[in-house]
Design a protein around this ligand. Structure first.
Ligand code: FEO
Length: 395
C-alpha cells in the first residue's frame, strides 16, 4: 500500500472497492472505498474497519505500519456492515484493543455479531479519549446514518471523521479532494446525499449547526467512503446545508415508463411544454435510467412529473418501485403531478396520485390521461400541462 498520511501519525488504511456496482440497490457506477484510519500516539487507535471481503487487505495495510496487537482502541463510528463486518477478525489480531462505540453502537455490535465477548466502552457527545499528545473527541450523530452513528474528531489535527456523512461512492487511487476532478467529486457527493441521506435533511442541518456551535475548527473531513476533504471542507458543508434545506432549481424532472409508446409520447410533449417556459427539464425513462440517477436529478428539482401506462388496473410495476423508493427518501418541497395512458378502465394515474398524497406530498391535480394512443389534441393538452407545471414552479 502507498502510505497515505492525513497528518503526522494519522494514516488512511482503508480499501478501494473498484468493481462494486450495486451497493444494496444504489448503482455505484464509479465503485467505492471503505475508509479506515490509524492514529499512532502513545496509544494507538484504529477508526472504523471495512467490509468483510476486504478484511485481509485492511490488516495488511495496518501491518505495514504497526503490529495490530499494538492497537489499543478500535473506534466503531457506525455498525452498518460496510464498516464493521471485519470487526470480528480485526479484533482477533488487535487482541489488546478496547472497542469504542456509542451505547447504540455497542448494542448493534452485539446484535450483529451474536456475541458480547468484545471489550466495549461506550462514549457520548463531548467524551474525550487521550491517546498521548492527541485527543479523540466523540459527537453522537444518531440517524446519520443509523441510530448508532457517531463522529470522531481528532482535536489537535482538527480532523473530523464523520463516517457516512460527507462521503461519496467513488473509487480512485487518489485520496484527497485536490487530487481529483472536482466536478466528478461533487456529482458523486450529490448522488450519495440524494440516495442515502435525503430523508435526514432536518437532522443534518441541526447536526451541522451543533458542530458549528461547538466552535471546533475543521481542517479536514475524512469520511468513511471516497475522498477526504482537505483543500476546502467548507464546500461540502455548504453543499449539505443547501441540499438539506431543499434548495432547488427551476427544474422539472419527468419520470415515466411506457408499454407501447403512448406514455413516452406524452412525456415528450410535457417536456416540450415545460421547456417552452424556460425551465430546466430532465426526462428519465425507467428501465433506461436507474433509480440512483433519478433521485439525484430530483434532489435539486422543484417539480416531479410521473407517468405510467395502466397495466391490470394498476400503475406499471417500475413506477411502483420508483414511488416506494422516492417517497421513502422524502424529497423536500417538490410539486408532484401525474400522467399516463390506458386502454379501457385506467387506474395508473389515480393509483399514483393516491399513493403520493397518502405519503403527505403536494400534488398538482388533475393529471393528464389519454386513451390508447395520443392524437394531436391529446399532445396539445400534454404540452399545456407541461407549461402549467413550469409556471407553477416559477411563480
Ligand atoms: Fe457506509 Fe451506513 O454505511
Amino acid at each position: 500500500m502507498n502510505k497515505v498520511s492525513l497528518a503526522d501519525g494519522v494514516n488512511w488504511v482503508g480499501v478501494v472497492d473498484w468493481n462494486i456496482r450495486d451497493f444494496h440497490g444504489y448503482v455505484t457506477k464509479r465503485g467505492t472505498t471503505y475508509n479506515a484510519y490509524l492514529i499512532q500516539d502513545e496509544k494507538v487507535a484504529l477508526v472504523d474497519t471495512v467490509k468483510h471481503a476486504f478484511s485481509d487487505e485492511l490488516l495488511r495495510n495496518v501491518c505495514e505500519i504497526i503490529d495490530p496487537a499494538k492497537i489499543d482502541y478500535i473506534v466503531v463510528n457506525h455498525v452498518e456492515m460496510d464498516h464493521s463486518s471485519s470487526l470480528p477478525i480485526v479484533a482477533k489480531y488487535a487482541k489488546n484493543a478496547t472497542i469504542i462505540a456509542s451505547q447504540k453502537g455497542k448494542d448493534a455490535i452485539t446484535e450483529h455479531y451474536g456475541t458480547d465477548d468484545f471489550r466495549i466502552e461506550t462514549v457520548k457527545t463531548g467524551d474525550e479519549l487521550k491517546l498521548g499528545k492527541r485527543t479523540l473527541r466523540f459527537i453522537e450523530a444518531p440517524m446519520l446514518h443509523w441510530p448508532d452513528s457517531m463522529f470522531t474528531y481528532v482535536v489537535e489535527d482538527k480532523i473530523l471523521m464523520p463516517n457516512d456523512a460527507f462521503g461519496q461512492h467513488l473509487a480512485t487511487s487518489e485520496r484527497f479532494d485536490d487530487q481529483v476532478d472536482e466536478h466528478v467529486l461533487m456529482e458523486e457527493a450529490k448522488t450519495y446525499y440524494a440516495n442515502i441521506l435525503m430523508l435526514l435533511g432536518g437532522l443534518i442541518t441541526r447536526k451541522i449547526q451543533e458542530v458549528v456551535q461547538m466552535g471546533i475548527p475543521i481542517a479536514m473531513i475524512a469520511p468513511s467512503h471516497g475522498i477526504i476533504w482537505r483543500s476546502n471542507p467548507s464546500k461540502i458543508i455548504q453543499a449539505y446545508l443547501d441540499w438539506s434545506a431543499g434548495k432547488s432549481e427551476t427544474k422539472v424532472v419527468i419520470v415515466y415508463d411506457t408499454m407501447w409508446g403512448s406514455t413516452d409520447k406524452m412525456a415528450r410533449a410535457i417536456a416540450e411544454g415545460a421547456a417552452s417556459e424556460g425551465v430546466d427539464v430532465k426526462v428519465l425513462k425507467l428501465r433506461a435510467a436507474d433509480l440512483t440517477e433519478v433521485m439525484t436529478e430530483i434532489l435539486d428539482a422543484k417539480a416531479i412529473v410521473v407517468g405510467s401506462p395502466t397495466l391490470n388496473s394498476q400503475m406499471f410495476p417500475t413506477l411502483g418501485q420508483f414511488l416506494t423508493y422516492a417517497t421513502g427518501l422524502r424529497p423536500k418541497d417538490k410539486l408532484w403531478s401525474f400522467f399516463g395512458s390506458y386502454g379501457w378502465g385506467g387506474g395508473a394515474v389515480r393509483g399514483m396520485t393516491e399513493a403520493v398524497k397518502k405519503a403527505g406530498f403536494q400534488v398538482y391535480e388533475p393529471g393528464v390521461e389519454v386513451k390508447y394512443v395520443p392524437d394531436q389534441e391529446d399532445l396539445k393538452k400534454c404540452f399545456e400541462f407541461g407549461q402549467q407545471i413550469a409556471q407553477k414552479i416559477k411563480a
